[in-house]
Design a protein around this ligand. Structure first.
Ligand code: ZN
Length: 240
């Protein structure tokens, strides 16, 4: 089975559609939350994921969109965009978001947004945080997003190996415990503005990271027309 793993789409339907157009023999789609927030098309993104029968988990932005107190921890731009999202999204979108669990297990994979031990909020950014989360995993492989940076943290006999994948990089899935971050579809922050995602090939026992460009000016124009914060508009062009 070949699974596309998408995270942090953030209401960016143009980026999501570019990723879907680049799919190569994909059998299933998993998402790692932050489906909405920041971008201009929350309903379109949820409709697309529902159409693909994607399964996944809830992110901090999704929880906030459903009325959660997570919004109180947002910076002013994220908060303004979330207030816009709450007003703009349909009841169908809200119901779909509310149905997403905080954690999901699919075979050998644990799916979370933040981290296995704190699924909504923790950012896995350092080796000590990765080590604690590798230890708390009860499946061989963990999938997480939230940082918007593609990366893998692999347990190598107690040592944590940090792997920063380039476009097209592959990693064997050989039973060693590993945390995999696909990067962000809708708001990359690793300095590359192209949409990022992960493909897992369970039969070949390997995964690979992918990038695709999309019409960033079109999304920026839609955000400006919607009155979304200009800093959020600008950052899409820089991938930060
Ligand atoms: Zn996010």
């Amino acid at each position: 089975m070949r699974v596309a793993v998408l995270s942090d789409i953030h209401s960016n339907l143009v980026a999501l559609d570019a990723v879907i157009a680049a799919f190569d023999s994909i059998d299933a789609v998993w998402h790692l939350g932050d489906v909405v927030g920041y971008g201009p098309e929350p309903d379109g993104v949820v409709e697309r994921l529902a159409g693909l029968e994607a399964v996944g988990v809830r992110g901090n932005h999704d929880a906030a969109a459903c009325g959660g107190r997570e919004i109180e921890y947002f910076n002013p731009d994220a908060r303004a965009a979330m207030e816009w999202t709450r007003d703009a999204m349909s009841s169908t979108t809200r119901a779909w978001l509310e149905a997403q669990p905080e954690r999901r297990t699919e075979g050998d994979f644990t799916l979370v947004h933040g981290s296995p031990r704190d699924p909504i909020w923790e950012y896995i950014t350092t080796v000590p945080i990765a080590r604690a989360n590798l230890t708390s995993l009860d499946t061989p492989y963990g999938l997480h997003g939230h940082t918007h940076v593609p990366v893998a943290f692999r347990d190598d006999d107690g040592r944590v190996e940090v792997i920063s994948p380039a476009r097209g990089s592959e990693l064997p899935m050989d039973g060693r415990t590993v945390l995999l971050n696909p990067g962000s579809v809708g708001q990359p922050r690793d300095g590359d503005p192209m949409a990022s995602w992960l493909v897992i090939d369970t039969e070949a026992a390997r995964c690979s990271w992918h990038r695709v460009g999309y019409d960033i000016p079109a999304v920026q124009a839609a955000m400006t027309a919607a009155g979304l914060p200009s800093r959020l508009v600008g950052r899409l062009g820089h991938g930060i």
